[in-house]
Ligand binder design. Structure first.
Ligand SMILES: Cc1cc2nc3c(=O)[nH]c(=O)nc-3n(C[C@H](O)[C@H](O)[C@H](O)COP(=O)(O)OP(=O)(O)OC[C@H]3O[C@@H](n4cnc5c(N)ncnc54)[C@H](O)[C@@H]3O)c2cc1C
Length: 340
């Protein structure tokens, strides 16, 4: 296990917030993970787990504890039939490199989630999703290190309680578990999902009636590159807020005020609405406050123009939340993990 003291975290979070960690533990094997927990206990440290840093907001200048940076690698086929392959991937595997690998092999199930930054180990935490696909659709199981019991267990899809940007890891197992590997079941005969209009427009542009997983990946990459800010150019963590899910009755009332707002029924008989639209109608789209602001092309995304602290970004988020609440009576919730 590699230990660094007072390490800058600026390059380890896509917001580009400049802060440091007193102890930075680089974990490249399962054994090193055990050693890092022993080190943390021996030195009575608080800690958090870091993957690619693309869904966190560092709310401190200096973290007086340990950061466990998951750098384990490797993808292995653990089961195979004529219909599918099950691939077990180490926590530190880069998500998009994995998607590229599966697409090159013609496997289906994760292609719509192309270009999502971050690591495999973080993917179940918020059940990542994009353009009609979610991690849970292909998720088979995860090997999880329970930090109190100090043992690795396997959790099935049902046990992970996946929901929209939610899972057991954000609830009961928060702060008590470290994902060691994730197994996904991918189809050898892919069933493509082009329910999203923007994707269809790109896919069928040449009258191509038989798109492949590679066509889907190319379309998603094109769409995302147009819409979302590149964190290497402008600091951000993707969508900062979740899309609210409200009752049908509330949706009916809202629709009277905002006739153009769309709603999508969820399996819980709720209606999911666009947080971006509410933020935009509250006058925040493209608004800058100091070193941070709401991105001009996508109002779900908060950006760091350079030099913003975690608390500046957090305060901005709260002003947006308060304004939306005052205007529409809907309380936005945050998707990004605030670390303190
Ligand atoms: C430009 C941009 C676009 C994005 N688009 C999308 C999108 O379309 N859909 C989507 O769902 N998300 C999106 N995201 C958010 C982000 O990419 C995902 O949430 C991703 O899964 C985070 O991975 P990470 O490795 O960077 O996690 P980190 O940011 O490092 O960590 C996120 C959380 O997971 C915990 N964690 C990380 N690894 C582990 C582990 N091995 N075990 C236990 N806990 C762990 C951390 O402690 C933290 O609480 C986007 C982000 C950006 C910057």
């Amino acid at each position: 296990m590699n230990i660094k003291k007072n390490k800058s975290l600026k390059e380890f979070n896509t917001f580009g917030v400049d802060s440091t960690a007193e102890h930075f533990l680089k974990v490249t094997t399962d054994d090193e993970l055990g050693e890092s927990i022993k080190y943390i206990e021996k030195n009575r440290l608080k800690y958090f787990v870091l993957g690619g840093g693309s869904n966190i907001l560092l709310g401190f200048d200096k973290y007086k504890g340990a950061v466990i940076h998951m750098q384990t690698k490797g993808v292995e086929i653990v089961d195979e039939t004529p219909e599918y392959e099950i691939l077990e991937c180490a926590a530190g595997v880069n998500w998009d490199e994995f998607v590229e690998y599966t697409v090159e092999r013609g496997l289906g199930g994760v292609e719509n989630m192309s270009l999502i930054p971050g690591t495999m180990g973080a993917s179940p935490i918020q059940n990542i999703g994009a353009y009609g696909q979610e991690l849970k659709d292909t998720f088979e199981s995860a090997r999880v290190f329970l930090t109190e019991q100090k043992k690795i267990i396997s959790l099935s899809k049902d046990e992970c309680n996946f929901d929209y940007r939610d899972s057991i890891f954000k609830r009961e197992l928060k702060g008590k578990s470290i994902i060691v590997s994730v197994s996904l079941k991918l189809k050898k005969i892919p069933k493509l999902n082009y329910s999203y209009k923007g994707i269809r427009e790109l896919i069928f542009v040449n009258g191509d009636e038989k798109p492949t997983v590679k066509d889907m990946r190319d379309a998603v990459i094109k769409l995302r590159t147009q819409k979302l800010p590149d964190p290497t150019v402008i600091g951000n963590a993707g969508s900062f807020f979740k899309n609210p899910e409200i009752s049908e009755e509330s949706f009916g009332i809202l629709k009277r005020f905002i006739p153009e707002i769309d709603g999508f029924k969820t399996k819980d008989e709720l209606v999911k609405i666009s947080a971006a639209k509410l933020i935009e109608l509250s006058g925040w789209k493209g608004r800058r406050e100091g070193n941070c602001g709401v991105y001009e092309n996508h109002s779900l995304v908060l950006v760091n123009y350079g030099g913003a602290t975690g608390s500046e970004i957090f305060n901005l988020a709260h002003r947006v939340i308060d304004d939306v609440y005052q205007k529409f009576g809907i309380k936005l919730t945050v998707e990004v993990n605030l670390l303190q």
